[in-house]
Design a protein around this ligand. Structure first.
Ligand code: LLP
Length: 418
C-alpha cells in the first residue's frame, strides 16, 4: 500500500486535503491522524482479490480499536477478529455484526466465553484442549452449542521479529500440528461444540509470501485428513500477518496473496476467513508531534518531541523503524538527529539517525503509525493519551478526545487516615 494519502502540497504535509499543521493547531499534539480514504482503499484492495470466492475479512481489532475505524470497516462489510471481552464490547458498540466475529486468544475466560456465546459470534478460535473442555462446559451451562475452529500451529518460520512470530513450535499459540487430528476427533464428540473450521495465524509484519503458502499447505492437508475422518470443515481462517512498507520492505501485494491462496484452495467448497490488522490500517495513520527542544551533546543531536514511547511503543519495544517527515520541510542543511520523547528512559526514542532540518516548534509526522500505535499506548509517566482525528477529504473529525490529566487518577483512592 502506498503512502499517497499523506502527501506534500505547497511544501506542507497533508492528510488527504487537510494540512497537518492545521490539525495540530486545532487539536494539539501529540495527535494520531488517520485517512478515511486510505482505510477504505486498503479494505477494498484486500477484499478485491477474493471477490469471486466465499470469504470474510475480519479486521484484527487489536491493531486499531478506535470505534470510528471499527464502524467504518463494519459499514464496508468487514467482520472482526477479537481477543478479549473488551474488544467484543467495542465491536458491538461500533455497530459490528456479531455473526462476523471470530474470537482468538490463548486465555479466554468463562465470562468472555459467555459474552461471546450470548452475542452469537461466528467462531471461537480455540487454542488448547483445556480451552475446548471449558468452552464445552460453558456452552452446556447456557444451553448453547459453540462454533469452533482449532488454531493449529503449522510450525513454519514467518521470518519476522521474534516477538511477533507465532507459528513456531515453541510459541504459546495454537495446538501442535501433529496433535490436531486427534483433538478434532475429541471436539467432534463434545455435545456442546460444533466443529466449523481450521484456524492458523503465523505472525505479523510478514514480508514474504512463502510462509503463508507453506502454512496454508499444511492446513489444507489437515482439512483433507479431517474429511477422510468424516469431519467436514466449512471454513479456513488463514489469520493475518501481511506486512506493510515502513521503510524499504516489499511485502506481498494483496492480489498476489489472493491469487496464490485461491490456487491452493482449488475446488474445495470452503469459505476463507482472514484476520488482517496492520495491512488495513498501518499506512493509513500518522502520529503528529511537535519539536519541543533541540539539544546538542558532544556526540549526538537530539530533537526532543512531545510524543513518546507511551504514545508509540513500537520503536522502544521492537526497535521498529518508522519514517519521520517534517510537516513543513525547511530549505536548510540537514543534521543527523535522534528523535526522542520526554519519558525518563533511554529506550524512549522514535527514530535514530534522521537527517532533518529542524527548529524548535516544528511539527513532525511519524509515518505508518496506524497499526499498533494508539492501541498499545499507555499512561506511563502520567501522560494523557493522544487525541485521534480522522480526515475525510477536506473534513476533519475528532474521533477521540485527548485524555485529561484528571481522568488518569479518577479511579484511584488515597488510604483513609489511620
Ligand atoms: N490474528 C491474530 C490471532 C493475531 O494474533 C494478530 C496479531 C492478527 C490476526 C493481526 O496481525 P496483523 O495482520 O496485524 O499482522 N504489536 C506488534 C504486532 C503484534 C501482532 C499480534 N497479533 C507490532 O506492533 O508490530
Amino acid at each position: 500500500m502506498t503512502l499517497n494519502t499523506f502527501t506534500l502540497k505547497n511544501n506542507t504535509l497533508h492528510a488527504e486535503n487537510v494540512a497537518l499543521n492545521n490539525i495540530a493547531s486545532e487539536f494539539g499534539t501529540p495527535c494520531y491522524v488517520y485517512s478515511k480514504s486510505a482505510l477504505t482503499q486498503a479494505f477494498a484492495r484486500f477484499s478485491a482479490g477474493f471477490k469471486d470466492a466465499n470469504h470474510l475479512v475480519c479486521f484484527a481489532v487489536k491493531s486499531n480499536p478506535s470505534l470510528a475505524i471499527l464502524n467504518l470497516f463494519a459499514k464496508l462489510g468487514a467482520g472482526f477478529d477479537i481477543v478479549s471481552g473488551g474488544e467484543l464490547a467495542r465491536v458491538l458498540a461500533a455497530g459490528g455484526d456479531p455473526k462476523k466475529i471470530v474470537f482468538s486468544g490463548v486465555g479466554k475466560t468463562e465470562v468472555e466465553m459467555q459474552a461471546a456465546l450470548n452475542a452469537g459470534i461466528f467462531c471461537f478460535n480455540v487454542e488448547s484442549v483445556s480451552e475446548l473442555l471449558r468452552l464445552n462446559d460453558v456452552a452446556n451451562f447456557m444451553g448453547k452449542v459453540a462454533p469452533v475452529s482449532l488454531r493449529v500451529n503449522p510450525n513454519v518460520d514467518a521470518k519476522t521479529h521474534p516477538y511477533i512470530s507465532t507459528g513456531l513450535k515453541n510459541n504459546k499459540f495454537g495446538v501442535a500440528y501433529e496433535d490436531a487430528l486427534d483433538i478434532y476427533l475429541q471436539a467432534a464428540a463434545m455435545p456442546n461444540i460444533a466443529v466449523h473450521g481450521v484456524d492458523c495465524h503465523i505472525g505479523s509484519q510478514i514480508t514474504e509470501l512463502s510462509p503463508f503458502l507453506d502454512a496454508f499447505d499444511r492446513v489444507l492437508a489437515l482439512v483433507d485428513a479431517l474429511e477422510q475422518h468424516g469431519i467436514h470443515i466449512q471454513h479456513i481462517d488463514a489469520g493475518g500477518g501481511i506486512g506493510i512498507c515502513y521503510n524499504d520492505e516489499t511485502p506481498p501485494a494483496f492480489d498476489d496473496y489472493a491469487t496464490a491462496m485461491l490456487a491452493k484452495l482449488g475446488e474445495r467448497n470452503i469459505k476463507l476467513v482472514f484476520e488482517p490488522g496492520r495491512a488495513l490500517v498501518g499506512n493509513a495513520g500518522v502520529l503528529l508531534t511537535k519539536v519541543e527542544y533541540l539539544k546538542q551533546t558532544e556526540s549526538k543531536n537530539f530533537a526532543i518531541v512531545d510524543a513518546a514511547m507511551n504514545d508509540l511503543m513500537r520503536p522502544a519495544l521492537y526497535d521498529a523503524y518508522h519514517a519521520i517527515q517534517a510537516v513543513q520541510p525547511r530549505d536548510a542543511d540537514t543534521v543527523n538527529y535522534e528523535i526522542v520523547g520526554p519519558v525518563c528512559e533511554s529506550g524512549d526514542f522514535l527514530g535514530h539517525d534522521r537527517m532533518l532540518a529542524l527548529q524548535e516548534g516544528d511539527l513532525l509526522a511519524i509515518m505508518s503509525a496506524g497499526a499498533y500505535g494508539m492501541s498499545m499506548a499507555s499512561n506511563y509517566n502520567t501522560r494523557p493519551r493522544a487525541a485521534e482525528v480522522m480526515v475525510d477529504g477536506d473534513q476533519t473529525h475528532l474521533i477521540r478526545e485527548r485524555e485529561k490529566i484528571a481522568d488518569l487518577f479518577a479511579l484511584e483512592k488515597i488510604l483513609p487516615e489511620a
